[in-house]
Design a protein around this ligand. Structure first.
Ligand code: SF4
Length: 310
């Protein structure tokens, strides 16, 4: 991993934020591109929110990009944190990320329990807990803190555990033959790797429906609207969505006309989609249409369609 070869605050902080809710395979290309655009924290702090959101495109969870920019401004003004509490005070940094950064960069003895680490130890110790629950993670962190007391370099201990989960003890096909913990792993001995960690029953997702319009001009620009509201999609550009206004009917001499009248939000304009940060749904729809897709039945399925704006 490129950020492991460059143990600097900027490289570690940026990679930890990118790795939140994203696999390392999904981050690699984005990390290199982002670093090329913003090689230092000063360059990042000086960038516009639009430029950062555009560079973040494809990683999702755009609140991370906005917090990254706010944190960069704070870091340039105050300097890099050197304690767990200092890292925790930056926007977008929770206890897990603060522990990872403080241990790797500042030698703080604080264990990290992310999904990868929880999976390794759920198998290693046959822990039945649901690690989506904060309490279960904290309990495991306490136990790992005691293990870490014997580690010479706390950052190495945390990184080793995280990478073991990311690269060896993977969710569906753990490579036990290559695992340094294999000889004492309870799940391997019992042949129960796939039973751990416990999986809570999946809830059925609600389906949101809406109607979006795709209009292009003669220059190939697309009619888009920027989301000005708060929430996860703030600042991103998307296809205008429609709200049903009324049904209209009229009888002519040879036919009856039935119109469904839809109302669009104001503020849409023709934009080159390559120059702005798009919502994931809009990016996927435009990519699909570019390839000539027309039919809903053959298109990509997304459950992220925003509801029509009232
Ligand atoms: S031996 Fe297998 S199941 Fe146990 S920690 Fe290693 S990879 Fe995971």
């Amino acid at each position: 991993m490129p950020w492991r070869r460059e143990v600097t605050p900027y490289a570690c902080w940026l990679s930890e934020i990118m790795m939140q809710q994203t696999t390392y395979q999904g981050v690699l290309g984005h990390y290199a591109r982002f670093r090329a655009m913003f090689p230092t924290v000063e360059a990042l702090a000086a960038a516009s929110e639009g430029a950062v959101l555009k560079a973040w495109e494809g990683l999702g969870y755009y609140a991370r990009a906005r917090n990254l920019l706010k944190a960069a401004t704070q870091i340039v003004a105050e300097g890099w944190p050197t304690t767990f509490e200092g890292w925790r005070s930056l926007p977008g940094i929770g206890p897990y990320t603060a522990a990872a950064l403080a241990s790797v960069l500042n030698g703080v003895r604080r264990s990290v329990v992310d999904g990868n680490v929880a999976r390794v130890f759920a198998r290693y110790w046959l822990l039945p807990d649901d690690f989506h629950a904060q309490g279960a993670r904290e309990k495991l962190a306490d136990r790992l803190d005691r293990e870490m007391a014997r580690a010479a370099v706390p950052g190495d201990f945390n990184q080793a555990m995280m990478e073991l989960g990311a690269l060896v003890c993977t969710p569906t096909s753990p490579n036990c033959a290559a695992c340094p913990l294999a000889r004492s792993c309870a799940a391997r001995k019992a042949g129960r790797q796939s039973d751990f960690p416990a999986k809570p029953p999946k809830k059925a997702l609600p389906v949101r429906t809406g109607t979006a319009v795709l209009v292009t001009d003669e220059r190939g620009r697309v009619l888009l609207v920027q989301n000005k509201e708060g929430g996860l999609l703030k600042g991103l550009w998307e296809l205008p969505t429609l709200t049903h206004a009324m049904d209209y009917e009229q009888t002519f001499s040879h036919f009856r006309l039935a119109l469904s009248v839809e109302q669009a939000r104001a503020g849409a304009r023709f934009v080159d989609p390559a120059t702005v940060a798009l919502t994931t749904a809009t990016r996927k729809i435009l990519g699909f249409c570019k390839k000539g897709g027309k039919s809903r039945s053959t298109g990509p399925v997304t459950k992220d369609i925003p509801p029509p704006k009232k």
